[in-house]
Design a protein around this ligand. Structure first.
Ligand code: FAD
Length: 555
C-alpha cells in the first residue's frame, strides 16, 4: 500500500507516524511545500516574545528522524499542485528546481491546513504587514521585534492576536490590538472576557474594540514605517502590523479535484475522515467537521483535533473501525497573568442555534482558601434546562483554570449532566483543590436550580427589569460600602432572621452577595418564610462582569 500525504505539520505528521506504527510495509510519502516539518506553530508567539529562547526547540520532528525511525519519505520544498482521482495520482512540483512529476497513491491524505486571512485593503502589500503561520513568518516577525520595531499593531483579538500582544509587550514594545467585534476572544461570551480586557489594559496594551483597519500607507513621519487608517477615522503609526483575523482552509487541491466542500470552504469528511472520494482523506484545519455538542457543521482550527484526526485517518486506512466524535472547540490562552479557556457551546452560539439553556457562574479559589497562594477564577457552566446535560463551559482567572476546563471538556464528551458534576470525585489536597472542588460546586449550584431548591435569575434578567424586585445586598456593611448595585438595601445575611420586618412582603425580593453563596442562603431563609424571592446568579462579582452601573459609598 502506498499512502501519499500532503502537508507535514500537525495532521499530516500525526497520520504518517501512526500509519507506520500500524503497518510496517506501507510506503509512506509526505509532501511539504515549506522548509520545515512538524514544527510547533503553537510555540511561535513565545519565541517571538523570548520566553522560548532556542528556535531549535520548535522543530518537533526532523525529516531525518522521520526517515531513520519511521522510514517515512519526505519531500520538502515540494508543492502538490493537483490531484487526479481517476488515475489516483498527484502532480508535484519541486519549488527549488521547478521539476514537475506525477506520484501515484493508493490512499491520499490532505492535511494542507488553513492560511491566514489577508483582507484586500489598500496598502495591504506594503512591507511590514505580516501574518504568522510557519517558521519563516515567525523569523520575519522575530527580526522586526528584536530589531527596529517599537510599536506593533495586531489586527484581531482572537487567541493568536492576544498571545502576540503579550509577547510583544514582553519584548518591551508597545502593542495596539484592533478588533472588529465588541469583545476579545470571540469564542467566549462577552462578559467572560471583561477580566481579559482589564488585564490587557493593566499591561499597557491599547485595545481598540468595535474598530477595523480600512487602509495602510507608508508613513511619512520619522522612524515609524506604517500609517494605519481605522474605520473610526483614527490613525495609528507602527513599525510592524501582524494580521490575526482568522484563517481559511487551503482547499484548492480538493476543489479542483471535485471533492465536496462546505459553505465556508472546509473539505467535507465522514466520521472516518474520508472525503467524497473514499480513497482521499482529509484532516486538520482544512476540513469541515461537526460540533460535538450541537452536531452542526463546524470548522475549528485547533492542534488537538488536527492531531487526532490524522491518527484516525491512519487507523481507517489500516482497516480499523473509527468514528470521530466531533470537535468541541476546547481552547485555552494565557494573557499575562490570566488564563481564559472554553469548551463546548457558548451562550451566543446557543442563542444562534435557538436551543434552550440555563447557566450558572461561580467564583471559586483554585484550591483551599486556607492554603497560601490560592488564585481566584470565574467559571460559567451552560446546561440543558430539563435533564441538565452539560452544553458548554468557560473559565477565566489564575492557576487552575486549565484543569477545570479539561474536566468539564471530558464531562461534555461523556454526555454527563450537572448531577454527575455533583458526584464527581476529583483529586484533593489543599495545594491543588478543595474537598468540594469548583467542578463539584458548579454541579451543586446547577442541580439546585434544576431541583428548584435554588431560585435564581441572571444579571441580564435583572438588568432587563431592575425595578421588578426589592433588591437586598446580604453582604457585610464594609463590602456594601465598597460597591453595590444601585437601589440595593444592605441587610447582612447573619442579621437577616432578626431584621425580617425591614423586608415587606408586598413586593418580590432579589437577594445578592459577592459570589452567590450567601445570597442563596438568604434566598432559602426568605423563601421558607413565605417570600417570593430569587437570588442573583453569581452575585455582585458576576454583575460587575457586565460593566453595569455600581454605587459606592466609600471615598
Ligand atoms: P498546518 O499546521 O497549517 O499544516 C499544513 C501544512 O501543509 C503547511 O505546512 C503547508 O505548508 C502544507 N501545505 C499546504 N498545501 C500544500 C501543498 N499543496 N503541497 C505541499 N504542502 C502543502 N492550536 C491550538 O490548539 N493551540 C494553540 O495554542 C495554538 N496556537 C497557535 C499559534 C499560532 C501562531 C498558529 C499559527 C496556530 C496555532 N494553533 C493552535 C493552531 C494549530 O497550529 C493548527 O490548528 C494546526 O497546526 C493545524 O494543523 P494542520 O496539519 O491541519 O495544518
Amino acid at each position: 500500500m502506498k499512502v501519499v500525504i500532503v502537508g507535514g505539520v500537525a495532521g499530516g505528521a500525526s497520520a504518517a507516524t501512526r500509519l507506520r506504527r500500524l503497518n510496517e510495509k506501507a510506503q509512506i510519502l509526505l509532501f511539504e511545500r515549506g522548509q520545515d516539518l512538524s514544527f510547533a506553530n503553537c510555540g511561535m508567539p513565545y519565541y517571538i516574545g523570548g520566553e522560548i529562547a532556542e528556535r531549535q526547540k520548535l522543530l518537533v520532528v526532523t525529516p531525518e528522524r522521520l526517515q531513520q525511525r519511521y522510514r517515512i519519505h519526505t519531500r520538502l520544498h515540494t508543492s502538490v499542485e493537483s490531484i487526479d482521482p481517476e488515475s489516483r495520482t498527484v502532480m508535484a512540483r519541486e519549488l527549488r528546481t521547478g521539476r514537475v512529476y506525477l506520484e501515484s497513491y493508493d490512499k491520499l491524505i490532505l492535511a494542507t491546513g488553513a492560511a491566514p486571512v489577508r483582507p484586500q485593503l489598500p496598502g495591504i502589500d506594503l512591507p511590514g504587514i505580516l501574518t504568522l503561520r510557519n517558521l519563516e513568518d515567525m523569523d520575519r516577525v522575530h527580526a522586526l521585534v528584536t530589531g527596529h520595531a517599537r510599536h506593533v499593531v495586531i489586527v484581531g483579538a482572537g487567541f493568536i492576536g492576544l498571545e502576540l500582544a503579550e509577547n510583544v509587550v514582553h519584548r518591551g514594545l508597545k502593542a495596539t490590538v484592533v478588533e472588529l467585534a465588541d469583545q476579545v476572544l470571540p469564542p467566549l461570551d462577552h462578559e467572560m472576557t471583561l477580566p481579559v480586557r482589564k488585564e490587557l489594559a493593566s499591561r499597557g496594551v491599547d485595545l481598540r474594540l468595535n474598530e477595523s483597519v480600512t487602509a495602510f500607507q507608508q508613513s511619512s513621519t520619522g522612524s515609524q514605517s506604517l500609517s494605519i487608517e481605522l474605520k473610526s477615522g483614527a490613525r495609528l503609526e507602527a513599525d510592524l502590523v501582524i494580521l490575526g483575523i482568522g484563517v481559511k482552509p487551503e482547499n484548492q487541491l480538493a476543489v479542483a479535484a471535485g471533492l465536496a466542500t462546505g459553505p465556508r470552504g472546509g473539505i467535507r469528511v465522514t466520521s472516518s475522515m474520508q472525503t467524497s472520494d473514499p480513497h482521499i482523506y482529509a484532516v486538520g484545519d482544512v476540513i469541515e467537521t461537526f460540533d460535538a455538542v450541537s452536531n452542526t457543521p463546524a470548522q475549528v482550527p485547533l492542534a488537538g483535533p488536527a492531531n487526532r484526526q490524522g491518527r484516525l485517518a491512519a487507523d481507517h486506512i489500516c482497516g480499523r473501525q473509527v468514528a470521530y466524535r466531533g470537535t468541541q472547540g476546547t481552547a485555552i490562552v494565557r494573557v499575562f497573568n490570566l488564563t481564559a479557556a472554553c469548551t463546548g457551546l457558548s451562550e451566543k452560539r446557543l442563542r444562534q442555534l435557538q436551543r434552550p439553556w440555563r447557566k450558572v457562574y461561580i467564583h471559586p479559589a483554585q484550591h483551599a482558601g486556607y492554603f497560601p497562594g490560592a488564585q481566584g477564577m470565574t467559571l460559567k457552566l451552560l446546561f440543558e434546562p430539563e435533564q441538565g446535560r452539560i452544553l458548554g463551559a468557560q473559565a477565566v482567572g489564575g492557576n487552575g483554570v486549565d484543569k477545570r476546563i479539561d474536566v468539564l471538556a471530558m464531562a461534555i464528551q461523556g454526555g454527563l449532566t450537572v448531577h454527575d458534576l455533583e458526584q464527581a470525585e476529583l483529586a484533593y489536597a489543599p495545594q491543588y483543590g478543595s474537598a468540594k472542588d469548583p467542578v463539584n460546586m458548579l454541579g451543586f449550584v446547577a442541580a439546585g436550580i434544576l431541583k428548584d431548591e435554588h431560585r435564581q435569575i441572571s444579571v441580564e434578567e435583572y438588568l432587563a427589569n431592575p425595578a421588578a424586585r426589592r433588591l437586598i445586598d446580604v453582604r457585610t456593611a464594609t463590602e456594601f460600602a465598597s460597591g453595590h448595585i444601585p437601589g440595593a438595601i444592605n441587610l447582612p445575611v447573619d442579621e437577616l432572621r432578626e431584621r425580617l420586618r425591614e423586608i415587606p412582603q408586598d413586593q418580590p425580593v432579589l437577594t445578592y452577595c459577592q459570589v452567590g453563596q450567601r445570597g442563596y442562603l438568604a434566598q432559602r431563609i426568605l423563601q421558607q418564610r413565605g417570600y417570593d424571592v430569587v437570588n442573583l446568579g453569581g452575585g455582585y462579582k458576576t454583575y460587575t462582569l457586565y460593566d453595569a452601573p455600581v454605587n459606592s459609598t466609600r471615598h
